[in-house]
Ligand binder design. Structure first.
Ligand SMILES: C[S@@+](CC[C@H](N)C(=O)[O-])C[C@H]1O[C@@H](n2cnc3c(N)ncnc32)[C@H](O)[C@@H]1O
Length: 213
C-alpha cells in the first residue's frame, strides 16, 4: 500500500518535458562554470526537475530551488520527497522582482542559475534577477541564464522569432531577450557578461560574473 506522503508527492509533481530534455546538455556546462562548493540559488525552478537532476549530479554543491508560484513550490517539494539523495535544499518562495530575497550569508550562495524564465515574464523579472545577483553574489560569482536569446537585435533562428511572436501575443510584456540588453542591465548591477555558449535547439547559456567592488 502506498503511504499518504508518497501519494501527496505524486499528486503535486508536475512534469516539464523540456526540462527533462535539456538537463543533459546543460549539466556539463554548469559543472564547468559553477564553483566547486557552496550553494547555487535557482530562480524560477518551475517543476523542480532541474533542481533534482542538478543537485544529484553536482554534489557536494548545494542546490537551492525557488519559485514565485505556490503550485510550482509544491511540485518542487514533491519531486524532492520522491527522489534519492543527494537532494536539493527545501524550496523557498522568491519573487525575482522583490528588492529583498530571503537569502542570508549562511546560505553561502556562490552562483545563481535561471532557465527559461526571463522571456516568459516581464523585463522586470530579468532586471530583478540581475539586481539580486548584484546584491548576493560574491566577487566573480556567476549568474547563469539558459534559454532562447536574441543577439544584437537579431533572432538566432526563425523558430525563435516565431516563438517570440507567440509569447508577445500571450503577454505584450513577455518576449525573447537580447544578450546585449542583459549585458547593459547587468553592468548597472555590477555584473560583467563573460561567456555566451550555443546550446541545442537554438538556446544559449549566458553567463555574467560579479565584478570586484
Ligand atoms: C517556463 S518556467 C521554467 C521553469 C524551469 N526553470 C525550467 O526550465 O523548466 C518559468 C518559471 O518562472 C517562474 N516565474 C515567473 N515569474 C517569476 C518571478 N517574478 N520570480 C520568480 N519566478 C518567476 C514561474 O512560476 C515558472 O515556474
Amino acid at each position: 500500500m502506498t503511504s499518504k506522503s508518497a501519494e501527496d508527492a505524486t499528486n503535486f509533481r508536475r512534469d516539464a518535458p523540456a526540462a527533462r530534455r535539456n538537463a543533459g546538455a546543460i549539466l556539463p556546462i554548469l559543472a564547468d562554470i559553477l564553483p566547486a562548493s557552496g550553494t547555487v540559488l535557482e530562480i524560477g525552478s518551475g517543476t523542480g526537475q532541474h533542481a533534482v537532476i542538478f543537485a544529484q549530479a553536482l554534489a557536494p554543491i548545494k542546490w537551492l530551488p525557488t519559485d514565485t508560484s505556490q503550485a510550482q513550490l509544491a511540485s518542487i517539494s514533491a519531486w524532492i520527497s520522491g527522489s534519492k539523495p543527494p537532494l536539493p535544499l527545501s524550496p523557498r518562495k522568491i519573487d525575482a522582482t522583490s528588492k529583498v530575497w530571503p537569502i542570508d550569508t549562511v546560505d553561502d550562495v556562490g552562483a545563481i542559475f535561471s532557465a527559461n524564465v526571463i522571456h516568459i515574464s516581464p523585463w522586470a523579472v530579468c532586471a530583478g534577477i540581475l539586481a539580486g545577483a548584484g546584491r548576493i553574489l560574491p566577487e566573480d560569482g556567476p549568474l547563469v541564464f539558459y534559454g532562447p536569446f536574441k543577439r544584437d537585435g537579431q533572432h538566432t533562428a526563425p523558430t525563435n522569432a516565431a516563438f517570440d511572436a507567440s509569447l508577445r501575443l500571450q503577454n505584450s510584456e513577455w518576449g525573447v531577450r537580447d544578450v546585449a540588453d542583459i549585458a547593459v542591465g547587468g553592468e548597472t548591477e555590477g555584473l560583467i557578461l563573460t561567456q555566451v555558449i550555443e546550446m541545442p535547439a537554438n538556446n544559449l547559456i549566458v553567463t555574467l560574473r560579479r565584478a570586484a567592488t
